[in-house]
Design a protein around this ligand. Structure first.
Ligand code: NAD
Length: 416
C-alpha cells in the first residue's frame, strides 16, 4: 500500500464483493456480513531491542469468515501496514481460497515495522511476541498464518516454535511456509510464482500468443517476481524488464535472470548494483506481451492505464490495479488475470503443507506441482468461463467464483 490511498483498497474490494454477491442473487444481509472481516485483533507487542531499550510494535490479525473452515493467510512485516490494508487482504484470501476450492476462509496479519532495520535477534523477539499476543485466536483448526511481504521461512519457524511452547505440544500445522526440516512442503517457496507462470501460459493460449520468445515484464524482484522471471525464462520467454523499489532494468534482448537472482539481496533488491536503470513508470508502460506486477498495491492506476502496452496483465501482487484502471485496460482489450486467481499458488501449496502436517506423511515435489497445476487450471477455467458466459470483467468473474462457496456455507449454517 506504499504511496496509495488505504481507504481505497478496502472500499474497492467491498464494491466488487457487493457486485459479485448481487449477481449471485444474494441480498443486503449477506453483503453486510461478508463485506468486513468477522474479527480483527489489534495488539501491542513490547520487544527488547539490542540496545537494551523496549520498543512497542503494533500488529494486527484479521479473520474474514470461517463458515467454510479455519481462516488462512500470511503475516506481513512492513512500515506501511495498517488495519484497512490487513482487512482487505483477509477478504482477498477468502476469494483465493474460494477460487482454488480450499476448505478455508481468509485471514491476514501484519506488524508495523521495518525488518530491514532490525537485527536477526530483534526479529526473532518480535515474531515470538506477535504469536504470544494473538495465540488465543489462532491455531491449526482456527486460523493458520503463513509468510507474506518481508517475512520468510525462518520467521515461520520462530512463530511455530513459540506456538508449540505455549500449547505444550509440537504444532507444525499452526503455520505454513516453514523450513523443510520443520514440516515445510517441497515446492512451497516458489509456489506463488509457479502458479502465476501457469496462469501466464493459460492466458497466452487464450490470446493465441506463443510463450517461446514472448516479451515479459515483471515489476518486483522478491519471492514472487524473481522466481516468476526465472520460470518464464526457463520456458523460453524473454524477460525484458524487471524492477525493485529502487528502479528498473530493461534489455530488449532479454535480461540474464540467473545472474540477477544470484546478486539480489534477501529483500528483492538488485537494481542498485547497476547504472543504466529506468523508472518503475517506464517499466510498466514498456511494449511487451505480458506485464506482471509482483510488488505492491496500486501500481496500475487511472494515470497510467491508458499507456500500458502489454497484451496481458497477470497480477502476481495483491491489489496492483485499481478498479478504474481495471475498467480502462479491460475496455482497451487487454486480458487481465486478477490477483485473487493469479497469485493463489502460495495458499494452495500452504494448504498442501497443512494437509501433510496433519497426515504426518510428506509428498514429492512432482506430486505437489501436479496438484498445484490441476487446481490453478481449474480455477482459471471456472473464472474465464463465467467471464465469457456472463459478460463480466475478469475481476468480477473471479470475485463471483471466489465468494460463492463461502456465501453458500453461510446460508447453510443459517447465519444469514
Ligand atoms: P518481497 O518482499 O519478497 O518482494 C517485493 C519486491 O517488490 C521487492 O523486489 C521490492 O524491492 C519491490 N518493491 C517494493 N516496493 C516497490 C515499489 N514501490 N515499486 C517497485 N517495486 C517495489 O514480496 P513477495 O513475497 O514477492 O510479494 C510481492 C507481492 O506478491 C505482494 O503483493 C504479496 O502480497 C504478493 N503475494 C506474495 C505471495 C508469496 O507467497 N510470497 C503470495 C501471494 C501474493
Amino acid at each position: 500500500m506504499t504511496g496509495m490511498d488505504n481507504n481505497n483498497v478496502l472500499a474497492s474490494t467491498q464494491i466488487v464483493i457487493e457486485e459479485a454477491l448481487r449477481k449471485l442473487g444474494y441480498g443486503d444481509d449477506m453483503i453486510e456480513l461478508l463485506k468486513e472481516p468477522m474479527r480483527v485483533l489489534t495488539v501491542r507487542i513490547p520487544v527488547r531491542m539490542d540496545d537494551g531499550k523496549t520498543r512497542v510494535f503494533i500488529g494486527y490479525r484479521a479473520q474474514h469468515n470461517d463458515a467454510v473452515g479455519p481462516t488462512k493467510g500470511g503475516v506481513r512485516f512492513h512500515p506501511d501496514v495498517n488495519e484497512l490494508e490487513v482487512k482487505a487482504l483477509s477478504i482477498w484470501m477468502s476469494l483465493k481460497c474460494g477460487i482454488a476450492d480450499l476448505p478455508y476462509g481468509g485471514g491476514k496479519g501484519g506488524i508495523i515495522c521495518d525488518p530491514r532495520k532490525m537485527s536477526f535477534r530483534e526479529l526473532e523477539r518480535l515474531s515470538r511476541g506477535y504469536v504470544r499476543a494473538i495465540s488465543q485466536i489462532v491455531g491449526p483448526n482456527k486460523d493458520i498464518p503463513a509468510p507474506d511481504v518481508m517475512t520468510n521461512a525462518q520467521i515461520m519457524a520462530w512463530m511455530m516454535d513459540e506456538y508449540s511452547r505455549i500449547r505444550e505440544f509440537d504444532s507444525p500445522g499452526f503455520i505454513t511456509g516453514k523450513p523443510l526440516v520443520l514440516g515445510g512442503s517441497l515446492g512451497r517457496e516458489s509456489a506463488t510464482a509457479k502458479g502465476v507462470a501457469i496462469m501466464i501460459h493459460e492466458a497466452m493460449a487464450k490470446q493465441g500468443i506463443s510463450v517461446a520468445g514472448a516479451r515479459i515484464v515483471v515489476q518486483g524482484f522478491g519471492n514472487a517476481g524473481s522466481y516468476l522471471a526465472k520460470f518464464m525464462h526457463d520456458a523460453g520467454a524473454k524477460v525484458v524488464g524487471i524492477s525493485d523499489v529502487h528502479g528498473a532494468l530493461y534489455n530488449e534482448q532479454g535480461l540474464d535472470i540467473e545472474h540477477l537472482m544470484d546478486r539480489r539481496d534477501s529483500f528483492g533488491m538488485v537494481t542498485n548494483l547497476f547504472q543504466n536503470t529506468i523508472s518503475n513508470d517506464e517499466l510498466l508502460t514498456l511494449d511487451c506481451d505480458v506485464l506482471v506486477p509482483a510488488a505492491i498495491e496500486n501500481q496500475i492506476t487511472a494515470s497510467n492505464a491508458d499507456r500500458i502496452r502489454a497484451k496481458i496483465i497477470v497480477e502476481a501482487a495483491n491489489g496492483p490495479t485499481t478498479l478504474e484502471a481495471t475498467r480502462i485496460v479491460t475496455d482497451r482489450g487487454i486480458l487481465l488475470i486478477p490477483d485473487v486467481l493469479a497469485s493463489a499458488g502460495g495458499v494452495i501449496v500452504s494448504y498442501f503443507e497443512w494437509v501433510q502436517n496433519n497426515q504426518g506423511y510428506y509428498w514429492s515435489e512432482a506430486e505437489v506441482d501436479a496438484k498445484l497445476r490441476e487446481m490453478m487450471v481449474r480455477g482459471f477455467n471456472n473464472v474465464y468461463e463465467l467471464h465469457t458466459l456472463k459478460k463480466v470483467d475478469m475481476r468480477l468473474a473471479a470475485y463471483m467464483v471466489g465468494v460463492r462457496k463461502m456465501a453458500e456455507a453461510v446460508r447453510l449454517r443459517g447465519w444469514v
